[in-house]
Ligand binder design. Structure first.
Ligand SMILES: *[C@@H]1O[C@H](CO)[C@@H](O)[C@H](O)[C@H]1NC(C)=O
Length: 213
């Protein structure tokens, strides 16, 4: 064999090797199915009875399940206790996925499924390369930024996972990961910044049960 033939042979060998990367490892993929979503948000069985005000916002469990699964995988939310906390939060905040915009009172730019405020939506949108071109020209218009985030259900349903990953401290997350009620309260009070009331607790408890241990 002449030496000039060796390089092409090596290249063709390398190019045919299977591409194995840690991110494509199937066994690690997180899947939340629509049965689990329904157990947390029974209203999401159908959007047929959704109020007129929710026109264009309502999403069913069948739509929510792949969207939240994608978000948990993207942001690496592998702890079931954390997944339950996020699912409970978004189910509560969106009226069981009926709404993706704030209607009560109707703050422009407040929304996505965890109903986060415009400042967080701006930060969230800025983090998404797929929106970069259009975000630049609307970044000072909260309503337009929210419109961008609502174009893709995976983005819309991904805000809770993004928020946990980027806004909650390590100590809040470590306590949350234990699965204790105290850990959940710390997440709601110290990170989300609201009251850990009975209604929120109910959604969280249903989510814990739906995800199992
Ligand atoms: C949904 O997931 C749960 C938990 O993994 C499982 O027990 C159940 O059978 C699944 N349901 C469907 C319809 O796939």
């Amino acid at each position: 064999m002449k030496s000039s033939q060796i390089l092409p042979l090596l290249l063709s060998t390398l190019l045919t090797l299977p591409q194995i990367t840690p991110t494509s490892a199937a066994p690690c993929a997180i899947t939340i199915n629509s049965t689990q979503i329904l157990a947390i948000a029974p209203k999401s069985a159908s959007c047929a009875g959704a109020p007129e005000a929710a026109d264009g916002e309502c999403a069913t469990a069948d739509q929510a399940a792949p969207a939240v699964s994608k978000a948990f995988n993207k942001y690496g939310i592998t702890s079931k206790a954390e997944q339950a906390a996020v699912l409970g939060l978004i189910a509560f905040e969106s009226g069981e996925f009926v709404y993706s915009r704030n209607h009560f009172p109707g703050v422009p730019g407040q929304g996505t499924r965890n109903m986060q405020s415009p400042a967080f939506n701006k930060e969230y949108a800025a983090s998404l390369p797929a929106l970069a071109d259009r975000f630049e020209s609307v970044q000072d218009n909260p309503a337009a930024v929210l419109d961008l985030l609502l174009e893709d259900l995976a983005v819309d349903f991904g805000s809770g996972a993004w928020f946990l990953k980027t806004q909650c401290s390590d100590s809040v997350r470590e306590a949350l990961q234990t699965g204790s009620e105290e850990g959940w309260e710390g997440y709601i009070v110290d990170c989300v910044g609201t009251e850990a009331n009975e209604e929120r607790k109910g959604y969280w408890a249903d989510a814990v049960e739906a995800l199992g241990n």
